[in-house]
Design a protein around this ligand. Structure first.
Ligand code: ITT
Length: 193
């Protein structure tokens, strides 16, 4: 059994990760280790911010750790909101505020293509190993479904006629940016045992 902290304050991400990792990997949440502070995300890349989150836990709690930084890149917005996806509508905003802002920004836009990106940084001593996953799709013109978290109700992955919020967690994870990144992480951990 290997124990890792998954450095996120996002309950939706944690729930997905817990369902994805095999029983041989025990995941500890930030709550489990008593880390309640906000971890600064001051970098301009997903990789940089994933590393900051993992390093924070290693430095202050001395535990094996990985972190995910993720977001939405919208073609018509030149890749925005990107690393600012969580706070697109401002610091302290809700997912509903974010979705409203994105729907307004894409009003009358014919190109609604976008992709979700997820980068996981796994710390091994002072070295970081990165795993990346993408999920191409489009931004719907209105919310569909209520499951999931974040922008799930307005994101429809390519090849499906449902939003992420209309899928079960297992269906979403099989094709999602996070599911793809985690599959690589799990394979890496198995090979390095
Ligand atoms: P942590 O930093 O504590 O992990 P966070 O929510 O701030 O939590 P990010 O900085 O990685 O996480 O922001 C990513 C945002 O992108 C997240 O808040 C969601 O709004 C959105 N997002 C990422 N993955 C998503 C998914 O699978 N479904 C819907 N929205 C997602």
């Amino acid at each position: 059994m290997t124990e890792f902290v998954f450095a996120t304050h996002n309950a939706g991400k944690l729930k997905e990760l817990q369902a994805m990792v095999p029983p041989s990997i025990k995941l500890l949440s930030l709550d489990d280790i008593g880390c309640h502070e906000e971890i600064p995300e001051t970098e301009t890349t997903f990789k940089g911010n994933a590393l900051l989150k993992a390093q924070h836990v290693q430095k202050h709690y001395g535990l094996p750790c990985f972190a995910d930084d993720s977001g939405l890149e919208v073609t018509a917005l030149d890749g925005a909101p990107g690393v600012y996806t969580a706070r697109y509508a401002g610091v302290g905003c809700t997912s509903d505020d974010n979705m409203d802002k994105l729907l307004a920004a894409l009003e009358n836009q014919s190109d609604r293509s976008a992709r979700f990106v997820c980068v996981i940084a796994l710390l091994q001593g002072n070295e970081a190993v990165y795993f990346e996953g993408f999920c191409p799709g489009e931004i719907l013109s209105e919310r569909q479904g209520t499951d999931g978290f974040g922008y799930d109700p307005i994101f429809k992955p390519n090849g499906f006629d449902r939003s992420f919020a209309q899928m079960t967690m297992a269906e979403k994870s099989a094709i999602s940016h996070r599911g793809k990144a985690v599959a690589q992480l799990v394979a890496f951990l198995k090979n390095s045992q």
